[in-house]
Write a protein that binds this ligand. Structure first.
Ligand code: MEV
Length: 330
């Protein structure tokens, strides 16, 4: 039996870091995905194959015993250990760059949770799980917490639901998602990679320290971010790209203030200022990627402005699928 699931990477349009402290955020799926394939094996082991290497450990292993990059997968295997008496092989294929804030780890957790969940069909019936996607998302967030305990859960949520969402998500009484933001126009963003890997966990800890030392100002910044997100929602509804760009640059000021920027990111942002309506960090900062609202005619100018040591691509932010469970073969 083979179970395959895939999930997209993500960008945070607005609200990174503040979302960890309870404010709203707006996130979007991107057109780069992770696919996870899980199978039962005859060996009494959990084997994980990924770009980061391969591990094979006894099925009785705890996630705490393995290197951090493999921990979520062993956690997921461990979660189903009561149902499972054979071995498991989990293979991860990804076209999302690792460690640059584009949701590689969350997309891995979501697609692995769904892929492994798919092997244990009886489990859902046994526990009477009605909202299977909700159960997979909860499991994915728990798996991600094995490497990043303070995650807000926003990244796994957009990797699961796809599209553009406001987080925290809300559901109608009928169980329909109400937090998806319909984009009724072409919204193309430039994503540029500083090529500086970062640790989301460390950046989030740094912001918590900032909050501890500047309680009053941090609380003001959370209020400003909440107001900004309400204005962004209106701008998106009105297809008002000028306001959207201004709000991106305003959000960047708040990110500078909580100290998750650095000289490289500041240089990249200022290089793109002339040709864009707005530019900001996306994700944890301290490296990783920036996003810019650049019109199509100006896209050609980007490589010369950023220099060819930076990777950049254009991302269409509309109608992108979230979690896809592709196939279950016997
Ligand atoms: C990381 O992509 C986004 C952060 O806001 C952390 C989180 O929400 O868990 C920095």
């Amino acid at each position: 039996m083979k179970s395959i699931a895939s999930a997209p990477g993500k960008i945070i349009l607005f609200g990174e870091h503040f979302v960890v402290h309870g404010t709203k955020a707006i996130l979007a799926a991107i057109d780069k995905r992770v696919t996870v394939t899980s199978t039962f094996t005859e060996n009494k082991t959990i084997k994980v194959n990924s770009q980061l290497g391969t591990i094979e450990v006894p099925i009785s292993s705890s996630h705490e015993e393995v290197k951090s990059e493999f921990r979520p997968f062993v956690y997921l295997a461990e979660f189903f250990s009561d149902q499972n008496h054979s071995g498991l092989e989990i293979t991860i294929d990804s076209d999302i760059p690792i460690g640059v804030g584009l949701g590689s780890s969350s997309a891995c957790c979501v697609s692995a949770a769904a892929s492994i969940f798919g092997l244990f069909d009886g489990f859902r019936h046994k526990l009477g799980i009605l909202d299977e996607v909700g159960a997979i998302l909860d499991l994915a967030i728990d798996a991600e917490r094995t490497i990043f305990p303070d995650t807000s859960g926003a990244d796994c949520t957009v990797c699961t639901h796809g599209g553009v969402i406001e987080y925290p998500i809300k559901f109608s009484e009928m169980g329909n998602l109400q937090s998806d933001i319909r984009i009724s126009f072409d919204l193309n963003l430039l994503i540029a990679n500083s090529m500086i890997p970062h640790s989301t966990k460390r950046s989030v800890e740094k912001v918590s320290k900032f909050k501890e030392n500047n309680e009053e100002r941090f609380s003001q910044l959370c209020d400003l971010e909440t107001k900004l997100i309400d204005e962004v929602n209106l701008a998106l509804k009105n297809k008002d790209l000028t306001t959207l760009g201004l709000k991106m640059s305003e959000n960047q000021k708040y990110l500078e203030e909580i100290q998750v920027s650095n000289d490289t990111l500041r240089d990249m942002i200022s290089s793109l200022k002339e040709i864009s309506l707005g530019v900001k960090i996306t994700g944890a900062g301290d490296g990783g990627c920036i996003i810019a609202l650049v019109s199509d005619e100006n896209m050609d100018k980007v490589p010369a402005l950023l220099g060819n040591d930076k990777e950049c691509f254009s991302a269409k932010i509309r109608d992108l699928n979230g979690l896809v469970r592709e196939r279950l073969e016997k």
